[in-house]
Ligand binder design. Structure first.
Ligand SMILES: *Cc1c(COP(=O)(O)O)cnc(C)c1O
Length: 392
């Protein structure tokens, strides 16, 4: 069964023509990310009722996924994660309709599996042999797993001070790991310098157009799991920003398909760490782009991203949705992890704990009310981060 995938387009858009998805594509000539586009007019014949009984993975939305011809995706069963009614946590916060989207149950323990399943699928189709990725941790684990599953070689570049389980898990899947002095941005530079002359396929966030397509399925799932009525708030920890940008894209697509109310969108809340908050700062300053954060430091590895190539897309989604931008301290995010664990029995990464604390802030300031429907994203599980709980 073929899909409605048609072409790639600049995200700015800068006016460049459509790019061909049958050849390797990274950034637009203008330097901005490319986005996958679909023939949405033709896709209007695809109904949400047809989803009943489909596979319990993100590929249930395959008509609007970047697949060509009758291609089979590279999959480990990612997506279709539970939307847990957080009743006890909600009661403690004074909210009657709080949900936790539990992304820790994905392969390799984080939502990064979605993006890498989609991106490795494309790389495989396009004939790549060696894949490379700069990562703060989880993306490298996911890439290594999907590369192994597809029979491709994986080269992972990550900060030297990353928590040990991230390194070991890459090795478990047979990836070659290079530890780099500095942060994910330094890893990105070294990965590109090393890989370009060797023809490696670069899977950096938003530098290839397909990770975002995997991540957008979180938006489809939240809609389907809430019977096509989107929540009032989505609270999402942001590093590179593909989660936010992907979900915002999903809402546009579903609206064009006639699947959701064309006007009512969730308010999108972007959450970062006080020790690395370039997007929050840009939001507060009214800037369209973020300036790089100096000396980025936080226990939430996924949020240690001092500069994001898609920053303007995140800022656009937050502003268009009348959302909010909240920075959370390491101490508060660890407390958030513990609360998610204690009240709901869900294993949360510090990033998930950060989303919970951001919600507290919005309740205190009166922006989120007791009847609001709220979804907080637990983007990963606690297991790779357990050292942050030592000595508490
Ligand atoms: C990567 C990561 C994030 C940030 O996601 P982006 O899409 O890069 O903004 C949040 N939480 C966890 C657990 C991550 O691994």
């Amino acid at each position: 069964m073929s899909t409605y995938f048609s072409h790639l387009e600049c995200s700015v858009p800068c006016g460049a023509g459509p790019a061909n998805p049958r050849t390797v594509q990274h950034l637009c000539a203008c330097g901005a990310p490319l986005l996958a586009r679909y023939d949405l007019d033709a896709a209007r014949g695809w109904t949400r009722e047809s989803l009943a009984g489909r596979t319990a993975s993100m590929w249930r939305y395959r008509e609007l996924m970047p697949l060509l011809d009758d291609e089979t995706p590279v999959t480990l069963g990612e997506g279709w994660t539970p939307l847990v009614p957080a009743t006890r946590l909600g009661a403690a916060l004074g909210l009657s309709r709080l949900y936790l989207k539990d992304e820790s149950l994905n392969p390799t323990n984080s939502f990064k599996a979605r993006g890498l399943s989609a991106a490795v699928t494309r790389a495989h189709y396009l004939g790549a042999r060696v894949l490379s990725i700069p990562t703060a941790g989880n993306a490298g684990n996911a890439m290594a797993a999907y590369a192994a599953h597809a029979g491709l070689e994986a080269r992972v570049f990550m900060p030297r001070d990353v928590k040990t389980p991230f390194v070991r898990e890459c090795e478990l899947y047979g990836a070659d790991v290079t530890l780099v002095d500095g942060l994910i941005t330094d890893a990105g530079r070294i990965a590109a310098e090393t890989g370009a002359p060797l023809g490696w396929y670069d899977l950096s966030t938003l530098k290839e157009p397909y990770r975002i397509e995997g991540k957008k399925t979180m938006g489809y799932e939240v809609a389907e799991q809430l019977d096509w009525e989107l929540p009032d708030w989505i609270i999402y920890p942001t590093g590179g920003g593909t989660g936010m940008v992907g979900m915002w894209k999903a809402f546009e697509e579903m609206s064009a398909l006639g699947w959701i109310d064309p006007v009512k969108r969730p308010r999108m809340v972007t959450v970062q760490a006080t020790g690395c908050a370039p997007i929050i700062r840009a939001f507060d300053n009214g800037d369209e782009r973020a300036t790089p954060w100096e000396h980025a430091q936080t226990v939430a590895d996924g949020l240690r991203v001092p500069r994001a190539i898609g920053d303007f897309l995140v800022l656009r989604a937050v502003r268009e949705s009348d959302g909010a931008a909240v920075a959370v301290s390491d101490e508060d995010m660890v407390q958030g992890m513990l609360d998610i664990g204690k009240f709901e029995g869900v294993s949360a990464a510090p990033e998930g704990g950060a989303a919970l604390h951001a919600l507290r802030t919005l309740i205190t300031s009166g922006r989120v009310g007791p009847e609001d429907r709220v979804v907080i994203f637990n983007t990963g599980g606690a297991l790779k981060y357990l050292d942050v709980l030592e000595g508490l």
